[in-house]
Design a binder for this molecule. Structure first.
Ligand code: ADP
Ligand code: ADP
Length: 227
């Protein structure tokens, strides 16, 4: 299990006066399910994108184990990301969408097939592997996006409001599925939401952000049941 360290991380976008993220300091270990929660614009996505390598870190270090990752290209980070809008390729089958991350890394075809089929089984997608995303329900599409992350066997999973496009009933069901997936994989998850209920039901630890800063960190019980 690799430890994740965000060491006094700052982000200022070029052209902006203000820092979007300031002094973000967090240590993640033991396969924790971490949830970042806070209002729109508080810096949740920016922090996630710095971890994924999609944005440069202005100041501070992001480490996986002892390795400083700041300059490592996104494709060379052992990190899988799931977005709000699924980001599936419409012209590709479910199988090819799930295999995409392995194919660009020139993974062995047999191994790719095996991993995609295993992930499809876990996610209940075995019968849909030859379909195009347009022929799936919202929940199924979100499962494909999760499948694409699972097959990578990443050390860290980043999920940016993955359920916000789903209806309320499906959202509750998918929360449970994601929590079970986390248990099963035993990896560190960082999950971004603006929904406090989602944070409370899913998190081992919650990071409450406001105006680019960490306001509080703690277990759901510590943060919401305090006297
Ligand atoms: P979200 O729904 O995740 O909060 P936003 O609508 O805030 O997403 O942002 C969508 C995209 O626009 C992101 O890629 C983000 O980096 C970019 N973005 C957000 N705010 C700004 C801004 N002030 N200037 C330029 N790009 C921005
Ligand atoms: P959240 O995910 O919590 O909604 P973001 O990380 O998207 O917040 O945004 C944090 C701040 O950074 C906001 O003030 C937003 O306008 C700004 N921001 C985000 N992306 C960009 C960008 N690409 N360029 C300039 N400013 C941005």
């Amino acid at each position: 299990m690799v430890e994740i360290n965000l060491d006094h991380v700052y982000k200022k976008y070029s052209g902006n006066e203000e820092y979007s993220v300031s002094n973000f300091d967090l240590h993640v270990k033991d396969g924790e399910f971490i949830v970042f929660v806070g209002p729109s614009g508080c810096g949740k996505s920016t922090t996630l994108r710095m971890i994924a390598g999609l944005e440069d870190i202005s100041k501070g270090d992001f480490k996986m184990g002892d390795k400083v990752m700041n300059e490592v290209a996104p494709k060379d980070r052992n990190i899988a990301m799931v977005f709000q809008n699924y980001a599936l390729y419409p012209h590709m089958s479910v199988f090819d969408n799930m295999a995409f991350g392995l194919n660009i890394r020139k993974n062995n075809k047999e191994d790719t097939k095996k991993r995609v089929e295993e992930a499809a089984k876990i996610l209940g997608l075995s019968e849909y592997l030859q379909r195009k995303p347009a022929a799936l329900s919202g929940g199924q599409r979100q499962r494909v996006a999760l499948g694409r992350a699972i097959v990578r066997d990443a050390e860290l999973f980043l999920l940016d409001e993955p359920l916000s496009n789903l209806d309320a009933k499906l959202r509750v069901q998918m929360r449970t599925e994601i929590a079970q997936l986390h248990q099963r994989l035993g990896r560190n998850f960082i999950y971004v939401t603006h929904d406090q209920v989602e944070a409370m039901t899913m998190a081992d630890r919650i990071v409450i952000m406001n105006a680019g800063r960490i306001q509080q960190v703690g277990t759901p019980a510590e943060l919401y049941n305090a006297p």
